[in-house]
Design a binder for this molecule. Structure first.
Ligand code: SAM
Length: 342
């Protein structure tokens, strides 16, 4: 049986010229023009043939074409900028001509309900192999970091595409962010993002794309990262609790981690409860934040939960809020600065 092929299409460069699609700075648009690199991203995204694919930010459709060439059962694209309507509709029509289905949603990915996008037949148990659903996106840098945090939260709670099982995703990030996502314990890139990503997924930095492969050229290179949700996450804690502990752990990177953990508590009991957290977790208080494993942070979260259950008023304490109250008595300017920092 012959594999269906897309009808010939004008090049992305011609489409950009034809519809006068200049990159919009406000939407951080940088279009990938190198076909080999586009195909490489799509090849690393999984076996898309016959699968359900969600592409975020298709723009003029470079990655979209490469996805369609693999003949997925269905492709859904979510694009905020409606200027791409003619080119995306042309792709949907071409795919329709070979009996494929491509749906276009013009929306902000941060607001799109993703759970309703996939058919229930695709659902797998969490500990089965990943479902035939693939999430792919060459996103603007200002969207990709908040989006990955939002999606890690969804993975932890098995919502959205993760209500169907351990859906894989392949996304692009600014190179430094990509390196942070995969940074190992004691690595100089190790940070809050590394811990959060590695608590629920197995992130792999696939390759780096030089900035010059994009039009217009961004100031930085780009890293392609794939994420597979873990069968057994490295923490069983609620996302928000684990995020709170991780955020505090990395509040002063160069200090002993106990100094960071102490900020979880009001001044009058900070030293005592900080030390108790390390005793309960059986951890060395002189470890630096970057030396703590995900498992260590999980143990600290367990100790914190135990202390909050015993003394619920501790859980209400917010380090930043207390700084705000302190500065309130001093100058107005400091208070404003404190808010803008948040
Ligand atoms: N995928 C195309 C490529 O690789 O050439 C375009 C990449 S460009 C970096 C990012 C795309 O995401 C743009 O088309 C932009 O309009 C779109 N975009 C930006 N913010 C978005 C959002 N919040 N929701 C959906 N799409 C968004």
């Amino acid at each position: 049986m012959s594999i269906p092929r897309l009808p010939p299409l004008p090049s992305i460069r011609d489409i950009l010229k034809l519809y006068r699609l200049n990159a919009v700075k406000r939407l951080s648009q940088n279009f990938l023009m190198n076909q080999n690199l586009i195909d490489k991203i799509i090849a690393k995204s999984g076996h898309l043939t016959g699968g359900q694919v969600l592409e975020v930010g298709p723009g003029p459709g470079g990655l979209t074409r490469s996805i369609l060439k693999r003949i997925p059962k269905r492709l859904v694209v979510v694009e905020k900028d409606t200027r791409f309507k003619p080119t995306l509709e042309m792709l949907a029509d071409s795919f329709g001509a070979i009996n494929g289905r491509m749906d276009i949603i013009y929306d902000d990915i941060m607001k799109t309900n993703l759970e309703s996008l996939f058919p229930i037949e695709e659902k797998r148990n969490w500990d089965d192999k990943s479902p035939d659903i693939y999430v792919i996106g060459n996103l603007p840098f200002n969207v990709s970091t908040p989006l990955i945090i939002r999606w890690l939260h969804a993975i932890a709670e098995r919502r959205g595409p993760w209500a169907f099982g351990r859906t894989k995703m392949t996304l692009t990030f600014q190179k430094e962010v990509a390196e942070r996502l995969v940074a190992e314990v004691s690595g100089h890139q190790r940070c809050r993002l590394s811990v959060m990503a590695q608590a629920w997924t197995f992130p792999v930095l696939r390759f780096i794309i030089p900035g010059k492969a994009f039009v217009p050229q961004p100031d930085v290179d780009v890293g392609v990262v794939s994420f597979t949700p873990l069968v057994k996450p490295r923490t069983q804690h609620d996302f928000k609790l684990f995020e709170k502990i991780t955020r505090h752990v990395f509040s002063f990177r160069q200090k002993y981690s106990i100094r960071c953990i102490e900020t979880l508590f009001p001044l009058y009991c900070r030293k005592e409860l900080g030390l108790m957290m390390y005793k309960l977790s059986d951890l060395d208080p002189t470890l630096r934040p970057t030396q703590l494993t995900v498992n260590d942070i999980d143990r600290l979260a367990t100790a914190y939960k135990y202390l909050v259950e015993k003394h619920p008023e501790i859980g209400l304490y917010e380090y930043r809020a207390s700084r705000h109250l302190l500065t309130l008595n001093n100058t107005k300017d400091v208070v404003v600065q404190d808010y803008t920092e948040m």
